[in-house]
Write a protein that binds this ligand. Structure first.
Ligand SMILES: [Zn+2]
Length: 85
């Protein structure tokens, strides 16, 4: 998992703001949508891989998925979330 120190290295690629670890409940909720083939990224691609975790930009309500221990910080592949926490 990603620890707090490492987290400080990551900035949001959109607004350069701080990223926070996503709440496990939110990750679980999003994974339900992955299973239902109902989760899409900003560029419209379907998310097919289940999320291990995620980083959240509160400013822009964006979720960056963590896959195999590595956060995907590509803006087009972020997921819009209505209530990030
Ligand atoms: Zn941002």
């Amino acid at each position: 998992m990603i620890d707090a120190e490492l987290l400080q290295i990551f900035a949001c690629p959109g607004c350069r703001g701080a990223l926070e670890l996503a709440d496990p409940n939110l990750v679980a909720e999003l994974n339900e949508q992955v299973k239902a083939k109902n989760l899409r990224t900003l560029n419209g691609s379907q998310v097919t891989e289940s999320l291990e975790g995620g980083l959240i930009c509160r400013n822009e309500k964006l979720f960056f998925g963590i896959f195999a221990g590595i956060p995907n910080l590509l803006l087009p592949e972020a997921i819009r979330v209505e209530s990030p926490l």
